[in-house]
Design a protein around this ligand. Sequence first.
Ligand code: ADP
Ligand code: MG
Length: 516
Amino acid sequence: MALAFDEFGRPFIILKEQEQKTRLRGLDAQKANIASGKAVARILRTSLGPKGMDKMLQSPDGDVTITNDGATILEQMDVDNQIAKLMVELSRSQDYEIGDGTTGVVVMAGALLEQAEKLLERGIHPIRIAEGYEVASRIAFEHLERISINSNLVLQILSHCVNRCKRSLAEIAVKAVLAVADLERKDVNLDLIKVEGKVGGKLEDTELIYGIVVDKDMSHPQMPKQIEDAKIAILTCPFEPPKPKTKHKVDIDTVEKFQTLRQQQVQRCKDVGATLVICQWGFDDEANHLLMNRNLPAVRWVGGVELELIAIATGGRIVPRFQELTPEKLGSAGLVREKAFGTTKDRMIYIEHCANSRAVTIFIRGGNKMMIEETKRSIHDALCVARNLIRNNSIVYGGGSAEISCSIAVEAAADKYPGVEQYAIRGFADALDAIPMALAENSGLQPIETLSAVKSQQIKENNSCCGIDCNDVGTNDMREQNVFETLIGKQQQILLATQVVKMILKIDDVISPSDY
Ligand code: ADP
Ligand code: MG
């Protein structure tokens, strides 16, 4: 605060001289940044693995999310520290590229930062550390490729590889992906898999439907609830006279004309042979009544994306005008039925036995909304793993075994580097151990003892499949336990974590507006 006088001698007070900036430089900047990054990683550490804990997050408007998916936790955490944001971005990139391994990648980055902190304290220049990490990540990357195996038994593998997902859910995910996969092009369009959920029942009731489930009901309660060999008109136009646009003129001067127009529209649908109308728009009671009288069941207010899926599944065309409706444009489905849930008026439409079964729905049941949402996320991860395996069928073993094996390889390679980098390379090897340690800790095992036992076993038996027996199965051979991860997923984790850590290490000046 300062007192000043203007040109007429009148006093005034300057409250704030200028917006102050805070500034952190050199080692202080690196240390502060590392601390923020580690803080984020520490939060996710306990969520890693099959026995990982869940986090409960409340949004500003009171919505509660319970999850153990790294990307979701970070997404909802609403961090405002710059470095923490980088970690959020890191998890998001992994989600975007691979879809699974979003927790692991952040834990890995946190471990790399922790090691970097130790190295900085020993007086090693950040650039040396960054270079050492780069070398080490390349070694690990190549080592992963060496220990990976090709597997064509996608189905068999997958029933286990999907971490938290119950076995049946994993199977559903695999079946769904195989149903829509284009095995020739080795690609999967995940958009063709619709994931729908409804509160009620139990998780085990979750099912895969070879067709589409729409959260809507027949527009009139007296319409038939079941239609066999349905011919479906998929419309994006409402049952009403067209709205006059600037240049058109629709003369409707009598009630009769108004009625006839509607009748013509309904008649048109009947003429082309439709036995069911699915409409993007709503229609009023009169139209509804007319449809019911003419025995033409209808579903209204169906969303655009669903409409597209229905069109794909039934082999129909989306028709924007009644005039364009022709018999060829109708979709066909062996069975369309309306199913009621619970005691409420909750109903859903099932469109099954479609002409083209390459659009499926995973229909999740569960005790409450949060459970369904979390199951959706697990299924998403499982679908991504299955898709990645179809694209590239190389896998590495999970349960931390791949990380331990890489750690041994990186440690051994460090000796070949004469310079200071070797410390950074060893630091990288230690950081790799963080994943198995976290897995052990989360499963209630002694982290250091378990890790050293497994590591020495790997070296003694020259077996890269030894990992952490999280579920207490009795063997730590991940090959026997069938715990797998995709090679590209693991490689991506190492690449992304190294990149972000290098980026953080290279920041030596943080300039930010000060707090008021
Ligand atoms: P992410 O979001 O990184 O995928 P997860 O919570 O899915 O995190 O945990 C994945 C880790 O758990 C991987 O390292 C994986 O190998 C390991 N894992 C999953 N299932 C098992 C299991 N049954 N036994 C041991 N480790 C497992
Ligand atoms: Mg996972």
